[in-house]
Design a protein around this ligand. Sequence first.
Ligand code: TYC
Length: 103
Amino acid sequence: MPVKWEQGAKFATRNAEKLREPEDYRVILLNDDYTTMDFVVEVLVLIFQKNEEDANRIMMDVHRKGRGIVGSYPWDIAQTKANQVHAAAREHEFPLRCLVEPL
Ligand code: TYC
């Protein structure tokens, strides 16, 4: 029935928009000369739930290019993760920094 199909399509589109909507902020990791590679990988695994392979790839990308995208998250989650990175870095006396930027 065409009317029902059209309503279903609209509904599906709205749901897809809703699922994308909250991912508004990128967490950007910055390179530095002092934080160890192992610590950065650990941060990516424990705070950002990356697997070892992705964590290594992201860490090496940041190491080579100076900065890199870790992921996109709703604002409060991005802020919380950035705070957790800075707290862990401070605790281990590393200068590791990340930024939260709008998409
Ligand atoms: N450049 C650091 C080193 O050589 C490693 C590193 C990678 C530091 C990524 C920070 O976000 C970073 N030990």
